[in-house]
Design a protein around this ligand. Sequence first.
Ligand SMILES: NC(=O)c1ccc[n+]([C@@H]2O[C@H](COP(=O)([O-])OP(=O)(O)OC[C@H]3O[C@@H](n4cnc5c(N)ncnc54)[C@H](O)[C@@H]3O)[C@@H](O)[C@H]2O)c1
Length: 262
Amino acid sequence: MTDQDNTGPIAVVTGGAGDIGRAIARALRATHRIALVDINEPALCKAQAELEDAGRDVRSFRIDLTNPADLAQLASELAAWGKTRVLVNNAGRAMVTSLQSMTNDDLQIDLDLNLKAALSCFKALEHDLKDNGCVINIASVNGMGAFGHPAYSAAKAGLIHATQMMAVEYGKFGMRANAIAPGTVRTQAWEDRAAKNPNVFDDALAWYPLKHLPTPDDIAQAVVFLTSPHARSITGVCLPIDCGLSAGSPSLPRTFTQSADY
Ligand SMILES: NC(=O)c1ccc[n+]([C@@H]2O[C@H](COP(=O)([O-])OP(=O)(O)OC[C@H]3O[C@@H](n4cnc5c(N)ncnc54)[C@H](O)[C@@H]3O)[C@@H](O)[C@H]2O)c1
């Protein structure tokens, strides 16, 4: 397949106008036609213009992933365009910061986008994905431990479980499903927190064994690998791309052992 081939398989990237979504779309466009799905119209136009120069077909779909009617429309427009081989459930956002401040409405908003929308989008596109397709769910280290944002974290933990169920139930169709759990990635999602504390990323580094933070391109390269034939035997896993954060933080063994080796 060449870059000019506009009949190839489609990769759907939700949240495709965001920082990690654009990096994923850029990386997948070498092998797929790209469907950018996002609620933010101006950001979508910018992302599409950025990607189009590669020669491969890129289309934008302005939809609200939490709206079932929008998802049905997306499925029908994609079916008319071609065969969806890859779904990257990447749209996500953390709103509730603590259980004490959480309201029922805010809980619903975090669960709807970070868990329900991903499962609903999968259901909307399952017809094509059942034919040897590939699903990547962008979860978070928040789904694996206590890092704050409780409603978002519960949703991401649910998404990791949903990934396992997709792998188990749809394996017989040749479909693979895997999750990726990024650590702190410097994106626009951090703007409010960086405005409150300009040192937030330096402060975060203290917890990271590798002493650097993952980038959007690091996440994108993991998506490329997991959707490639090199990962043909990998399904149902959650791959942390987190510079060691989920393995632990050096300060804890330093305290427990009183050894300077940490
Ligand atoms: N940045 C991080 O530190 C980090 C860490 C772990 C996991 N993640 C996950 O990575 C993914 C991408 O995050 P990002 O940092 O690139 O954020 P981002 O804000 O840059 O991108 C998110 C995109 O999702 C879109 N979106 C939000 N609600 C939508 C809806 N209802 N319908 C359609 N689109 C919608 C937004 O418009 C935005 O373009 C998210 O799932 C996030 O939870 C990010």
